[in-house]
Ligand binder design. Structure first.
Ligand code: AMP
Length: 279
């Protein structure tokens, strides 16, 4: 595995693979890799000949008072994990490589970017879509793989890619969890020992809400019940049950449900979701 820090080096390697007819799968990340990221890498290996992973902490998706400066930087450890998983190329660029013209962007997300995480993190999804657009321009993969853990992000990237990169096949993979149900996240490192004991309750509440839905509870009733339970341990940012394809209200035409939530535990913001067929 070679680590590339410049576009030139990465592209000359990718061009040589492509000229040999090899298909390239791409997994963008912000590093601090865990088994969730690595499940995307392992899945990519089943789908393509060459796997490229990027590690880039994108400044444009962080708000002013967010954790950009303290976001875990574990490049050495990430490299060792990616070597073990036998990927072909790591792209670990500087901010200047990604944004030579500055941080402004013309690409704006649809109104789906204004709700849920977008309501609490204004501009966040514009930054996410900006960096993925830029990385797609550089890597030009055949396939790109994302996690359902960031479900709203997945929908917005899919919308962007449909418009600008219809030739790239987007695939997604389910959320990988710790044994106690906590969704793996680089930000879980921020949790104290006591917080780490409490935090699996989030997934329990999601499971209960899904069960309530399947037992025909009204959406308002099940979300209120969930928020009440969560508020014993967390500060609830949002908890919603929506149409998974549109992230709008569930209607008779809805085929898939997304129950999505965001909570704060101390200063750590956590997100999680469950996606299931309406049945
Ligand atoms: P991040 O490094 O947090 O930007 O995440 C990079 C990719 O890994 C995104 O597509 C995420 O949705 C995905 N991802 C993060 N956590 C998990 C997880 N627990 N299970 C599966 N995919 C994940």
């Amino acid at each position: 595995m070679k680590t590339h820090t410049t576009i030139q080096s990465l592209q000359s390697t990718i061009d040589s693979w492509r000229s040999q007819g090899q298909r390239i799968a791409f997994v963008p990340t912000m590093g601090g890799l865990h088994d969730g990221h690595l499940s995307l890498v392992d899945f990519a290996k089943q789908k393509a000949d060459k796997i490229v992973v990027s590690v880039f902490v994108n400044p444009t998706q962080f708000g002013k008072n967010e954790d950009f400066d303290q976001y875990p930087n574990k490049l050495e450890q990430d490299i060792a994990l990616l070597e073990q998983h036998q990927i072909d190329g790591l792209y670990s660029p500087s901010v200047e490589q990604i944004y030579p013209q500055g941080l402004d962007s013309d690409i704006k997300v649809s109104e789906v970017g204004d709700i849920l995480c977008g309501a609490s993190r204004p501009g966040h999804f514009d930054g996410v879509v900006q960096v993925v657009h830029r990385l797609f321009e550089i890597v030009k993969p055949s396939i790109a793989i994302f996690g359902q853990k960031d479900y709203q992000q997945l929908l917005l990237i899919t919308q962007m890619a449909t418009q600008y990169f219809p030739e790239i096949e987007l695939l997604s993979q389910p959320t990988i969890r710790e044994q106690d149900g906590l969704a793996m996240s680089t930000r879980n490192q921020y949790l104290s020992i006591d917080e780490r004991k409490i935090v699996p309750r989030l997934y329990q509440v999601l499971l209960q809400a899904k069960q309530d839905y399947l037992d025909n509870a009204l959406v308002e009733v099940l979300t209120n019940r969930a928020k009440n339970t969560l508020s014993e341990d967390f500060k609830v940012d949002y908890f919603e049950a929506l149409d998974a394809n549109t992230l709008k209200q569930i209607t008779d035409n809805t085929s898939k449900i997304a129950i999505l939530c965001s909570v704060y535990l101390g200063s750590t913001r956590l997100i999680d979701n469950i996606i299931f067929n309406k049945g």
